[in-house]
Design a protein around this ligand. Sequence first.
Ligand SMILES: *[C@@H]1O[C@H](CO)[C@@H](O)[C@H](O)[C@H]1NC(C)=O
Ligand SMILES: *[C@@H]1O[C@H](CO)[C@@H](O)[C@H](O)[C@H]1NC(C)=O
Ligand SMILES: *[C@@H]1O[C@H](CO)[C@@H](O)[C@H](O)[C@H]1NC(C)=O
Ligand SMILES: *[C@@H]1O[C@H](CO)[C@@H](O)[C@H](O)[C@H]1NC(C)=O
Ligand SMILES: *[C@@H]1O[C@H](CO)[C@@H](O)[C@H](O)[C@H]1NC(C)=O
Ligand SMILES: *[C@@H]1O[C@H](CO)[C@@H](O)[C@H](O)[C@H]1NC(C)=O
Length: 501
Amino acid sequence: MVIRFYCRSFNSIILLFYLISFVYGEQQSKLCLEQPQCDCEDFGDGTSILLKCYHLTYAPSFSTNVKHEEVQMDTCDGPVRIGDKTFADLTINALRFRLCNLTELNEQSFSKINSLEKFSIENSTIKPQFPQTIFNADSFQTLKMLSLKNINYIYDGTSDKQKINLDYLLEQLPLLIRLEIKNVVLDDQSSSRPSDYGRNLKHLSLTNTKQSSLQFDRFINLEKLIIRNNPQLLTPSSTNISNLKHLQYLALENNQLKLVPVGLRSTSLQELDLSSNLIEDIDEFQFEHLPQLKILHLNNNPIRNIHKNAFCSLEKLERLYIHIQYIFISPLSNCILLYKPTLQIQQHTHTRPQCDCSLLQIIEYLKQNNLNNDEHIKKYLKHGCTVTNETMKYVKTHHQQIQKSTMPIPIALLEKNLYCNDEQDKCGTPCQHTPKILILDSLSTETNDHHSSQRTHSPRNHSQHIIQQQNISGKSYANKLNVNKNIKDILIIATIVILLK
Ligand SMILES: *[C@@H]1O[C@H](CO)[C@@H](O)[C@H](O)[C@H]1NC(C)=O
Ligand SMILES: *[C@@H]1O[C@H](CO)[C@@H](O)[C@H](O)[C@H]1NC(C)=O
Ligand SMILES: *[C@@H]1O[C@H](CO)[C@@H](O)[C@H](O)[C@H]1NC(C)=O
Ligand SMILES: *[C@@H]1O[C@H](CO)[C@@H](O)[C@H](O)[C@H]1NC(C)=O
Ligand SMILES: *[C@@H]1O[C@H](CO)[C@@H](O)[C@H](O)[C@H]1NC(C)=O
Ligand SMILES: *[C@@H]1O[C@H](CO)[C@@H](O)[C@H](O)[C@H]1NC(C)=O
């Protein structure tokens, strides 16, 4: 009885399944029927389709009463030819070419397309004057996204050494919001006349474009800026992003940067990617003018040292990527946990903090503040720490459990075996600028150098004393420092004046 019931319901499920797929297939074929040359996919809403055409040389005629969500031409056999009326009056949202020879296209090839928003060319061949001839068509006046990747030029006699020009492109495509160019050599010349072009751009990505200069700050509505593999573009003035009030994401990967670019100032930037550069040191307060920064990528840099005050000013920093291959001692100062205990640190699991007195100090601090069960901290410390020569200085002589070896040791063992007295309080007060005596020395040349550097309080240090001793637990303290900046500036000047006397 029971078995028969199951059999019957199973059969009816199969029947239902066939019924559904039959009805669905019928609908799909109706929309796609008229386009036998290309793979057709119903976009699901019953009114729009996606066409993928392979191995064509001549673009077929398309049905005008269907909305084309996307038309793709892929792996074309020979140079593509498009008749003057081929796309006329079609509604096409996205048009894509891949692995095609596009040298035979002309002014009429893309005229009168309705609602064209996206256009992309990938691994294809064009004539360098492609934009001049093609993008003048009315259809491109509505274009919002353009992507050009891996494009080779074919030069004919008339266009010697000409290349695609970014300024010209932006002038032709006034509504462009997103522009992505990768492995396409761009023209160096920027238009001499001041221009408004590119004001609608929100997303600009230039990878290996080889042009020698570009001032980004005129694209004032940028939210995302990606400059990869274009070291020549990153000059101090080109990386001045303070004008880009909406910029949230900045990626400067693979640009042979040896230092964090100076003058990165932004009140809106939330994510900064500096991975795959040649940065060795992260100095204190290096990111102090990026108050909204939440995510920082420093991976794949030969970083040796990250100053304990490197991230002090970053109140909102949540995640830090510092994957560094083959380094066993983390370049991160343990002291960073003092003011950033909840920072999510992503590094290789073979990279561990150094076993030393600062680590011990941090662990004490975390315990006192009930932070030692925090998930991020546990993750950071769970693989133990690495024993170094520095560690050996503080090993209690009567305990010999800690041996110098490449094996990490558990944090718990550290507490029992290191002898750290208060003077070895390595972290000191977090988020205090290290004094830079140099500036004052050069100003007080009249006085004896030895004397002056001994008597001189650095401006930062000096001002610290004026501000009453603060609660040192990180955040609020760093805040105070910012608030008192103006006062500090006045004090600096006062100090200099006194010294000059
Ligand atoms: C593209 O087509 C043109 C002729 O229209 C030809 O001269 C050129 O060699 C072709 N390029 C490639 C890469 O096939
Ligand atoms: C497209 O071009 C890139 C760069 O030249 C190349 O690495 C990639 O393999 C090409 N893709 C295809 C499908 O040919
Ligand atoms: C960056 O640009 C802004 C506005 O254009 C300017 O006021 C500022 O001085 C520049 N900063 C640097 C370091 O050049
Ligand atoms: C650590 O100490 C040993 C001997 O005490 C020395 O040979 C080695 O160079 C030191 N390593 C470092 C990184 O200082
Ligand atoms: C800061 O000033 C105090 C004296 O007020 C001095 O003892 C101390 O060494 C200074 N700190 C630094 C880091 O120079
Ligand atoms: C420091 O301030 C925080 C709140 O800002 C408070 O929770 C903490 O108890 C204070 N610590 C000391 C030592 O005053």
